[in-house]
Ligand binder design. Structure first.
Ligand SMILES: NC(=O)c1ccc[n+]([C@@H]2O[C@H](COP(=O)([O-])OP(=O)(O)OC[C@H]3O[C@@H](n4cnc5c(N)ncnc54)[C@H](O)[C@@H]3O)[C@@H](O)[C@H]2O)c1
Length: 333
C-alpha cells in the first residue's frame, strides 16, 4: 500500500512511519518540521520526504496513494489556544482542504487524527461516540468541524474515518513531556516530586502513542465496511485514569518520590472518561499493546538511559508550546 502521512515527524507520526515501513508499506511523509532539532532519538525516514505545509499541497502530491493519514496539526488544546485563528486555518481549513484534494486525487481512504478532547467535560459516565460533544477549546472544535465536513465526502470510492484518540503518553523518538503521564514521571525523576497541578481528580482516557500509530495501520488494513465514515474512540476501557492514579503508577516506579498538589488548578478544565466498545466491535482483532503500567516502565527505562535531567525538564526541547511559540511565523507566512 502507498500511504501519505502528514505530521510524520511528530510524537505519534514517528512511530507510525516506522510501523508502516515494517509492515511493507511505502510511505510519503509530509511535515513542516515545526519541531526540528527537538528530536530525542533519530526519527525514522519516510520513503519520500516532503517538507511542506499541508495547506500548500496539491492533488498531484496525493495521486497514486491508497490512503492518507492526516496527523499534522497544532496538536493540543493549549497550543491551539495560543492563536485560535491559526488553529482554525491549519486544523480545520487545512484538514478539510486536504480531504477534498485526496478525494479529487482518487485516494480511497482518508484517516483523520481526531481527539477525545471533543467530549470536553462530563460526569462519571464513560462517553461513547453518540454522546453529546462539548468542545472546550478551538483545538477540540476544529476536530469536530473537520469530521462534519469530511463526512459529506464519503461515498463508494472514498472512505474517511475519524480516530478520536485518547490522550497519548509514552516513549517516542519525538518525545513530548507536555502530556500528563510523561510529565509526572519526568518531574519525579528530576525532582523526587510528582507535581500535580490539579487536585488529581480529573479523568482522562490514556493510550500509548505507539498504540495510536498501530490503530492507524489497523484502520488502513481493515475492510472498508468496518470503518466507513465512522468516528471511533481509540483507547481501552481499562485505560481511563484519574490523574492521581497516574501519580500512583509513578510512585510505584519511584517509591521515594513525594506526591505534591501544587494548587494551581490550571486553565484546563477537561475531565472525561471514555468508552471504547465501538473500536472493539469494528476491529475485533485490534488489541492495545500497552497498559499504563507497561508504558510507564518503558518510559522510565528510557528516561534513565538518556540521563533525563532537570535541564531537560525546564528547557524548550520537549514542551511543544514553548518550541512552537518561537516558530509560529512558519505557519503564518
Ligand atoms: N498526542 C496526543 O495526546 C493526541 C491525542 C489525540 C489526538 N492527537 C492528534 O494526533 C495528531 C498527531 O499528534 P502528535 O502528538 O504526534 O503531534 P505533534 O505536535 O508531536 O506532531 C505534529 C506534526 O505535524 C507537523 N505540522 C504541524 N502543522 C503542520 C502543517 N501546517 N503542515 C505540515 N506539517 C505540520 C509538525 O511539524 C509536527 O511534526 C494531531 O492531529 C493531534 O491533534 C494527539
Amino acid at each position: 500500500m502507498k500511504v501519505f502521512v502528514t505530521g510524520h515527524r511528530g510524537y505519534i507520526g514517528a512511530h507510525l512511519t516506522a510501523l508502516l515501513k515494517d509492515a511493507g508499506h511505502k510511505v510519503t511523509g509530509c511535515d513542516l518540521g515545526l519541531f526540528d532539532g527537538a528530536e530525542w532519538e533519530p526519527l525514522p525516514a519516510a520513503d519520500n520526504e516532503l517538507r511542506k505545509d499541508v495547506r500548500a499541497l496539491s492533488a498531484k502530491d496525493l495521486e497514486g496513494h491508497d490512503c492518507v493519514m492526516h496527523l499534522a496539526a497544532i496538536s493540543n488544546d493549549p497550543m491551539g489556544d495560543m492563536d485560535p485563528d491559526l488553529t482554525w486555518s491549519v486544523n480545520r481549513d487545512g484538514s478539510t482542504r486536504l480531504a477534498d484534494l485526496a478525494k479529487q486525487a482518487g485516494v480511497g481512504r482518508f484517516l483523520f487524527s481526531g481527539s477525545c478532547s471533543v467530549y470536553g467535560k462530563c460526569g462519571s459516565e464513560a462517553l461513547n461516540e453518540s454522546s453529546e460533544l462539548n468542545p472546550l477549546t478551538a483545538y477540540a472544535e476544529s476536530k469536530i468541524k473537520t469530521e462534519e465536513h469530511v463526512s459529506q465526502l464519503a461515498d463508494e470510492g472514498f472512505t474517511p474515518a475519524y480516530l478520536r484518540n485518547a490522550t497519548a503518553y509514552g516513549h517516542s523518538p519525538a518525545l513530548r513531556i507536555d502530556l500528563v503521564a510523561n510529565n509526572l514521571l519526568a518531574s519525579a525523576i528530576c525532582y523526587g516530586e510528582i507535581r500535580i497541578m490539579s487536585d488529581g481528580t480529573p479523568w482522562r482516557p490514556l493510550i500509548h502513542c505507539k498504540d495510536i500509530a498501530r490503530a492507524f495501520v489497523a484502520f488502513a488494513e481493515a475492510p472498508k465496511e468496518a470503518i466507513h465514515n465512522k468516528a471511533i474512540n481509540i483507547g481501552g476501557n481499562d485505560e481511563n485514569y484519574q490523574v492521581k492514579d497516574v501519580a500512583d503508577q509513578v510512585q510505584a516506579l519511584l517509591p521515594d518520590a513525594k506526591i505534591a498538589f501544587t494548587g494551581e488548578a490550571g486553565p484546563d478544565p477537561r475531565d472525561y472518561a471514555v468508552n471504547f466498545d465501538l473500536l472493539n466491535s469494528c476491529l475485533p482483532d485490534f488489541k492495545l499493546e500497552y497498559d499504563l503500567q507497561k508504558g510507564m516502565q518503558e518510559l522510565y527505562d528510557k528516561y534513565r538511559q538518556h540521563g533525563f535531567s532537570a535541564a531537560d525538564f525546564e528547557g524548550d526541547q520537549f514542551i511543544r508550546l514553548r518550541t512552537l511559540s518561537t516558530r509560529l511565523d512558519r505557519l503564518r507566512s
